[in-house]
Design a binder for this molecule. Structure first.
Ligand code: AMP
Length: 277
């Protein structure tokens, strides 16, 4: 497994990989969710590259950049048995040298949901992903359904900027009690960990209603909000039932749709979603 940091090292290492290359972009502190993307890439590609970079430009001024969990040695130990060929772990100075001034922005899709709560977040995401794509030149790139809006925004960027890359979106990996795996789950202490299952319970209740014929989107949002209201530690930031592709809020559910939410559990901000097909 080649482990590189600088752009020159990356170029040299990338040259050694011929055939189909799959890229799994991550911010590190890896868990089973990340590993599921790596395994899928391993099955589908000749070579697998993983990037580990806590991207400062996707964090807002009051967010958790400085305390975001980092442990490269642990990450490399987890990756090692999976047959990864190349790990790229650049520094912020490599990705954003002094004088940096170029950004990639997707418009309408980034205005709702996460984009409404975190105004500059997706500008940072699309910029770093475009830079990772340009430097790594993968044939396929693997993302998680856990970050549904991120996947939709990157799909739009790939289409609009003609990146010759196939995007693969993989299912959300969950803990046995339903909590979606996330590096931020590390922040959940004591009773917050139990309270965090309320997102899964709220989504499950709305999905149950949908499966029993409910198609009124406002009713589905109300079902989710009423389950969230049973948990005193939960402060919802948004609760959505939207079109899967446009992310516009629906009146009536028809076609592929997305139930999603962002909820503060104590001080920890969690997101989760279910796809309705
Ligand atoms: P992150 O390190 O949080 O930026 O995540 C890197 C990639 O892993 C993104 O494409 C995420 O959507 C994906 N991911 C994170 N958590 C999960 C999960 N629980 N299941 C599947 N994919 C995930």
């Amino acid at each position: 497994m080649m482990i590189v940091s600088s752009l020159d090292e990356l170029k040299e290492a990338r040259r050694l990989l011929d055939g189909m290359v799959g890229l799994v972009p991550t911010m590190g502190y890896l868990h089973e969710g990340h590993l599921s993307l790596i395994r899928r890439a391993r099955e589908e590609c000749d070579h697998v590259a993983v990037s580990i970079f806590v991207n400062p430009t996707q964090f807002g001024a009051n967010e958790d950049l400085s305390k975001y969990p980092r442990d490269l040695e642990r990450d490399l130990r987890l990756i090692d048995p999976l047959g990864v060929d190349l790990v790229w772990n650049p520094t912020p100075e490599i990705m954003y040298p002094a004088g940096y001034q170029t950004w990639v922005e997707v418009e309408a899709l980034t205005r709702s949901l996460e984009g409404a709560m975190r105004p500059s977040h997706f500008k940072g995401v699309t910029t770093i992903v475009a830079k990772l794509f340009n430097a790594m030149q993968p044939h396929k790139a693997y993302f998680g359904q856990k970050d549904a809006q991120q996947a939709a925004v990157i799909r739009q960027m790939v289409r609009d900027l003609n990146f010759p890359i196939e995007m693969i979106v993989c299912p959300t990996v969950r803990e046995p009690d339903g909590l979606a795996m996330s590096s931020r789950n590390k922040y959940l202490e004591g009773d917050d960990r139990r309270a965090a299952t309320v997102l899964f319970r709220a989504l499950s209740a709305a999905k149950f209603a949908y499966e029993n014929g409910e198609r009124n989107a406002e009713t589905l949002r109300t079902v989710m909000k009423s389950v969230l209201a049973t948990e005193p530690k939960a402060s919802p930031q948004y609760v959505s039932c939207a079109d899967y592709d446009t992310l516009e809020e629906l009146d009536v559910v028809k076609g592929k749709s997305l139930l999603s939410m962002a909820v503060l559990i104590g001080k920890t901000r969690l997101i989760d979603n279910f796809v309705l097909k």
